[in-house]
Design a protein around this ligand. Structure first.
Ligand SMILES: Nc1ncnc2c1ncn2[C@@H]1O[C@H](COP(=O)(O)OP(=O)(O)OP(=O)(O)O)[C@@H](O)[C@H]1O
Ligand SMILES: [Mg+2]
Length: 466
């Protein structure tokens, strides 16, 4: 079977209208049936009470006197002339003894089976459907000395009853569809109004593409579920926009970083090729080219590591690493670098602790921080390494008395490709060192903090849990 895809507003309206129609029909039928039954019961009670009065008076009176003037007799017994009624007395042999008919109808047919049941002493109620108007008839046996002496029949016209029921039916037939119709119209209108933001969200989503992330849904201060949905949607677009911008910026930065060494490579090679040169010139050129190639491979290596880190594609090789050995090892390389630059590298007494970590990664992190300290400190400066324990973690401090970092720059130094002083470009690196270090610290559930002021040196603190 093919599934019909109705819009939600129609589904809501149909459900709403359907349930209301069901409730109304069940409720109205109940009212109709109850009303009809109680009217019928009260009619039956009325004719039965007349019959009871008659039958009790009949047993006391001699039949012949009764039949002499039946209407006067009825007036005497009932206290008034019975209006709109049919009354007849039948003797035990089935002969009609007396009769009074105040209904505009032909003689009431008395069925044989009714008389038979009455003769057995049973009170019989019946509705004569064939008569016009319809009649309700009660047949009551009159007992004398344990035997049925005669039968009294009281009938009443159902004209008023039928009319009342017909009016009630018409009222219901008109009011039920009308109220369902009105409710469906209101329901549809409300569903449409309520679901309007959904359509707005849909239209906004259609318009959004990577080049158009400024589209927002106007929610006009709605605080309900749809308002929240629109808000969530807007927030999602904002995040997408940020992500796209970052990717874009990232591509620009990567191209830029790789372009500089490539331009240098190209320029130097072109100049060298212009004329014949001697061996030493070629050697110098190749050495210079190698430097640029190294620079590019470092950038590419760093980028690869960061991308993998972001994609959670790196597994840490965890082992117990001695903090003292680690620092001592890194400082062997660093000391040469520092001495070349005329900077003193001081290693203070270090905590003798072991941290759970990936030794190569921790080494790389420390290397980056120390390298920065030396790189951004001028000749004759000082870089000092120390450590201290605090509850649950060890902090490695790398302090220098170099260039320092300004308040604006400090927010961004951990971002990829960010360099505080772009004029020192060649001397400084690509700006990936701190991003990598930060990732390594965080991958070890640690952190890196920095305190610095321009011209006042910097203090980098690496915190690692133990
Ligand atoms: N100890 C420091 N003193 C002053 N400035 C610093 C210090 N450490 C980092 N910075 C600033 O933060 C920037 C980012 O450092 P980061 O290590 O990420 O990049 P980089 O050193 O320029 O390049 P890379 O480390 O990738 O070779 C540096 O360019 C520098 O401006
Ligand atoms: Mg660096």
């Amino acid at each position: 079977m093919k599934k019909i895809n109705l819009p939600i507003k129609w589904k809501l309206t149909i459900w709403y209208g359907g349930i209301l129609a069901l409730i109304l029909v069940v409720f109205s039928s109940g009212v109709y049936i109850y009303f009809r039954n109680s009217l019928e019961r009260s009619i039956d009670a009325k004719i039965k009470s007349i019959g009871d009065v008659l039958s009790s008076s009949m047993t006391e009176t001699h039949n012949q006197t009764v039949f002499g003037n039946f209407e006067r007799y009825l007036e005497n017994v009932l206290g008034r002339k019975p209006k709109g009624k049919f009354i007849q007395i039948i003797d035990s042999s089935g002969r009609i003894g007396a009769k009074m008919n105040d209904i505009e109808t032909e003689t009431v047919p008395t069925s044989f089976s009714t008389l038979e049941r009455a003769l057995k002493g049973e009170v019989v109620y019946e509705t004569i459907e064939t008569a016009r108007p319809r009649l309700r008839l009660v047949t009551i046996p009159i007992m004398e000395k344990q035997k049925v002496s005669s039968i009294v029949q009281i009938g009443t016209s159902l004209e008023d009853f039928d009319e009342t029921m017909r009016k009630l039916f018409i009222i219901m037939i008109i009011s039920i569809p009308t109220s369902i119709g009105v409710t469906i119209a209101i329901g549809y209108f409300m569903a449409k109004k309520t679901l309007k933001p959904v359509d707005q969200i849909r239209k906004a989503a259609v318009k959004i593409s990577s080049s158009n992330l400024d589209e927002r849904i106007d929610i006009k201060g709605r605080k309900d579920e749809l308002g929240k949905l629109a808000e969530t949607f807007n927030a999602m677009i904002s995040r997408l926009k940020d992500a796209f911008q970052r990717i874009n910026q990232f591509s620009i930065d990567v191209s830029h970083e790789l372009k500089t060494p490539l331009t240098i490579l190209k320029g130097e090679t072109e100049v060298a090729l212009r004329k014949e040169r001697d061996r030493d010139d070629y050697k110098n050129l190749l050495e210079s080219n190698l430097e640029e190639i190294d620079r590019m491979s470092k950038i590419i290596d760093d980028l690869l590591l960061l991308s993998k880190a972001e994609a959670h594609d790196i597994k840490l090789n965890l082992e117990d690493v001695s903090l003292r050995d680690l620092v001592a090892d890194v400082c062997v390389d660093m000391r040469i670098f520092a001495e070349n630059k005329g900077i003193e590298l001081v290693v203070n007494e270090l905590e003798d602790v072991k941290v759970k970590g990936d030794e190569l990664k921790l080494r790389r992190m420390l290397w980056n921080i120390l390298e920065n300290g030396i790189k951004y400190t001028q000749k004759g400066g000082l870089v000092a390494v120390s450590s201290h324990m605090n509850n649950g973690y060890v902090a490695i401090h790398v302090k220098d008395n170099g260039a320092g970092i300004s308040q604006e720059d400090i927010k961004y130094i951990f971002d990829r490709f960010y360099r505080a002083d772009r004029s020192r470009k060649r001397e400084s690196g690509s700006g990936l060192g701190l991003s990598i270090s930060k990732w390594i610290a965080e991958a070890h559930n640690g952190s890196i903090e920095v305190q610095s002021k321009p011209f006042n040196g910097s203090l980098f603190s690496i915190k690692l849990p133990i």
